[in-house]
Write a protein that binds this ligand. Sequence first.
Ligand SMILES: CC(C)(COP(=O)(O)OP(=O)(O)OC[C@H]1O[C@@H](n2cnc3c(N)ncnc32)[C@H](O)[C@@H]1OP(=O)(O)O)[C@@H](O)C(=O)NCCC(=O)NCCS
Length: 468
Amino acid sequence: MSHAKTLGKLANGALKLQKCVLPATNHCRQASTSTNLKDVMEKIIPEKQKEVIEFRKKYGGAKVGEVTVDMMYGGMRGIRGLVTETSVLDPDEGIRFRGYSIPECQEKLPRAPGGEEPLPEGLFWLLLTGKIPTQEQVAAVTKEWNDRAGIPNHVITMLNNFPSKLHPMSQFSAAIAAMNSESKFAKAYAEGVHKSKYWELCYEDSMDLIAKLPTVAAIIYRNLYREGNPPDSIDKKKDWSWNYTSMLGFDDPKFVELMRLYLTIHTDHEGGNVSAHATHLVGSALSDPYLSFAAGMNGLAGPLHGLANQEVLVWTTKLQESLGGEVTDDQLRDFIWNTLKSGQVVPGYGHAVLRKTDPRYMCQREFALKHLPNDPLFKLVAQLYKVVPDILIEQGKAKNPWPNVDAHSGVLLQYYGLTEMNYYTVMFGVSRALGVLASLVWDRALGLPIERPKSFDTPGLKKLVGAS
Ligand SMILES: CC(C)(COP(=O)(O)OP(=O)(O)OC[C@H]1O[C@@H](n2cnc3c(N)ncnc32)[C@H](O)[C@@H]1OP(=O)(O)O)[C@@H](O)C(=O)NCCC(=O)NCCS
């Protein structure tokens, strides 16, 4: 059956929902103000399915780009090959979540009472629905996540038995995979559920998984760095970020605000980055959301991707150890050149798509300027921002000499006392769940098939281009 037909069947299969497309009925108007995210999705999905069917019917054969031999050997850089609805990355402007820039999200998304930063719950609503949620809608997501936060005993036992030398990201990924004992998607699939229901099951698993991640992540932190004292239980009156920060063992309200910002800006970076693409790829085999997200986390654990935030702090600490407190620009230049000459990258700088300073870096810099302007480590990070780009330009290799998100997150966490840099990528992962799982729900809603690009060996490729 053709994909368009499959989509057609999917849409037809959801007759109840189809009624809601046009014209807007009372039921539809209620759904858009509903605080039940699943109900809102039920309304939106048939409309989007219809849009994609019609678009593909008319333009399915339109060409969107070319593929060169260099692109194939070059990590598929620049190949237009994925559809991701939740966010788009512009090389110069940076990320837009459903069309909204980071400053716009900071301005428009609901905040905690007395808070200044957006709540990640609101960004999740935006990523799924494309609409800025109301305060009530965000409160409803918080409530659902708090209600779903319990984690299975076998996962707690497993985490408590891991050796302390096992990296926090390996523990995180293993725990996520092991939680698939709870997967509603896997259970329903085994029982022969109709494919028109996949998105709902994916949604349920995603909500459960996101709800459980802070507890899993906090147990890892406390086992490794707080002598195994278990985290406090969830306070159902508080938001997701407050609970995560509190379970880690911190109570400074400014740190909670930082965490709300941190957990909002690390969620999504369109579809081609390693963690998003890995989650999407594994999910396309209909592996359940737990297994798909664990795959994404294994990718986030790489030093060229999420682990770079750990690498930045390791590198900056070495810099401080070798140069001491106050350093001159010339001393910094020598240190950076030595890093490059020894064949290493300057962590936190460069990007595969971005060609300007990452707006995620900028908003963290603004947070630092506001709350910790005199912190010595922040001053060093700011000094590096002045010095590194010119050196990378002079070296002439990196296509983007500007800092990315990872160049700034560690200094903020250090300031508030979360000094264990090996743990930083886990926090990135907790946030990344919101973006990649929102995308996974849409993958299943749009009936995207198993991903299977064509590969060649070098002799075959030479033949293809007439080289031999
Ligand atoms: C992010 C990153 C992996 C993008 O990779 P990419 O798309 O291949 O980047 P480019 O096309 O600019 O790379 C071209 C060359 O410049 C080098 N380069 C890129 N960023 C560099 C950096 N920060 N320091 C030193 N060299 C760098 C690359 O290693 C590559 O060298 P090679 O030709 O010897 O292999 C790369 O910039 C990097 O390694 N940055 C440091 C790690 C980091 O901060 N990662 C987090 C990203 S959010």
